[in-house]
Design a protein. Structure first.
Length: 272
């Protein structure tokens, strides 16, 4: 067993959808969440730059004693997780678009994937697609602008609805019955998308499966926390915590205390 925290990081606030599932499924675990809001979004950055940013974050999170890292960003997973696993001694859990689930559940043989350019260009997406969608018609859509709406806590705005309509309507016209949300920011739009597509189309959020994978890794490595422990949360940002504070309140109903936390030579704004 280990009382050390789990670390979760994302380019910004989208990984809070993964944090929410980890917290729900693993209530005994302490969690440190890091939003790299200063450098968000990652979607159009080079792979080398993403690897550099990810390593800087992991260095800081290891300084805080993290026993396992969740790369709660599809773009960062695609660009950096192989290098992170080679470079650090702790386990890493990353994100993959839930292509397999969509391919197994489709009745029309047509699925849609909404993701960032970095995810579509990454090895993991290409390998997963080759493996599971040989006889499936996959319609891909880059969700430009959606990350920024979540970061501004405007994911329920009229502008968000209009942008989503431009991305989702062609998928419906194409006859998809599964839509994969291939960016951790996108589940914030899930209620709106479900209203657009109706009951005949499944909208797939990969976060629950990622949290189950975290649980399995903790058990296999025998580093889970004591079952009777009440898990705590600390949220850090490389920028301001204002947007994160607002978003956390909207999804949890809780008010968090502001503070600072020093990791190595850097002091970050924090919520806890």
């Amino acid at each position: 067993m280990s009382s050390n925290p789990i670390g979760i990081f994302d380019s910004g606030l989208g990984g809070l959808t993964v944090w929410r599932e980890v917290r729900r499924q693993l209530p005994a675990e302490d969690v440190i969440y890091f939003a790299d809001s200063l450098n968000c979004p990652y979607g159009h950055k080079s792979a080398d730059e993403i690897v550099r940013l990810a390593k800087n974050i992991v260095d800081d999170m290891l300084a805080a004693g993290c026993k396992l890292m969740v790369v709660a960003c599809n773009t960062a997973t695609a660009a950096a997780i192989d290098e992170l696993r080679k470079s650090y001694p702790i386990p890493f859990v990353g994100m993959e678009p839930a292509i397999k689930q969509a391919a197994l559940n489709t009745h029309t043989g047509r699925v849609g994937v909404l993701a960032t350019k970095g995810t579509f260009d990454g090895r993991l997406y290409k390998e997963t697609s080759r493996k599971y969608v040989r006889n499936i018609d996959v319609m891909v859509q880059v969700g430009d602008g959606l990350v920024e709406l979540v970061e501004a806590n405007e994911y329920e705005s009229p502008q968000a609805g209009q942008l989503l309509q431009t991305y989702i309507a062609p998928m419906l016209e194409h006859g998809v019955d599964q839509i994969v949300l291939g960016c951790t920011h996108y589940p914030f739009f899930k209620p709106q998308i479900e209203r657009m597509v109706g009951r005949e189309v499944a909208v797939i959020d990969p976060a629950p499966a990622v949290a189950r994978r975290v649980s399995d890794v903790l058990i296999d490595a025998q580093i889970q926390n004591a079952a009777n422990h009440h898990g705590t949360d600390v949220f850090l940002s490389s920028g301001s915590v204002c947007a994160m504070e607002s978003l956390l309140k909207s999804i949890t109903g809780r008010t968090f205390s502001r503070g600072t936390m020093r990791l190595g030579a850097v002091e970050y704004e924090s919520l806890s």
